[in-house]
Write a protein that binds this ligand. Structure first.
Ligand SMILES: [Fe+2]
Length: 219
């Protein structure tokens, strides 16, 4: 595995969940390990995809959301692509193929190989309070704009969750970010499970009038 970082892991924090940051996608199933709550595949920006999305943003892009199983994922993506890209121009193929391959791989982590897919433009601050998700696993990719921020365990005060960010973040200098095109698999905080979900938030973009295009898949 081409691990860049594993945060944090010391004997005194043996119960603390770790985050795997890798240049490889092939070991994504390690997010299923008990002590891991984030797998981040760091990868290069694809400029063809960025240019295509710039073009798409010149029009109103409807939110896309649908439930899919591995077998019908390709056809459902094709159907929904029409709302963003009326003519299915070839310049869009790299984006839609990337969405397809990532989602298909991610659904492979689910016992029933199915999940809910969301593609949308975000132009507000969404969830800027640090929190954990209620889904067992969520894949998140910011294709355009600023990526999700997350906290290594040593920087989190879990007792502060639900309160102000100042009470949640022990050390703001430790805030990490999923960059554009990075693929994050985030483990949530599911009732009845002992797993400590990854603490994260959406970046603030509204004041600067920025936009984001994100892919989210929940299983
Ligand atoms: Fe979230």
């Amino acid at each position: 595995m081409n691990l860049l970082k594993t945060l944090p892991f010391t004997s005194s924090q043996s119960q603390a969940p770790i985050q795997l940051i890798s240049t490889s996608w092939s070991e994504r199933s390690r997010v299923l390990e008990k002590g891991v709550n984030l797998y981040c595949w760091k990868r290069e920006v694809n400029h063809d995809i960025s240019e295509y999305l710039e073009q798409c943003l010149k029009h109103e892009l409807p939110n896309i959301s649908f439930f899919a199983q591995e077998e019908d994922l390709a056809s459902k993506l094709q159907e929904n692509r029409t709302g963003w890209d009326h003519h299915h121009g070839v310049s869009g193929d790299p984006f839609w193929e990337d969405v397809y391959h990532l989602t298909k791989d991610f659904l492979g982590l689910s016992p029933n190989r199915s999940g809910t897919v969301f593609l949308k433009v975000i132009d507000n601050n969404a969830c800027t309070k640090f929190h954990t998700d209620g889904d067992s696993l969520r894949m998140f990719v910011t294709y355009y704009g600023k990526g999700t921020e997350w906290l290594p365990e040593k920087a989190v005060n879990r007792k502060g969750l639900g309160k102000r960010n100042q009470l949640i973040v022990k050390d703001p200098t430790q805030i990490q970010r999923l960059e554009s095109f990075d693929v994050g698999i985030l483990k949530g905080q599911v009732p009845g499970s002992n797993a400590k979900g990854i603490v994260h938030r959406s970046p603030e973009i509204k004041s600067a009038g920025e936009k984001r295009i994100i892919l989210r898949v929940d299983i």
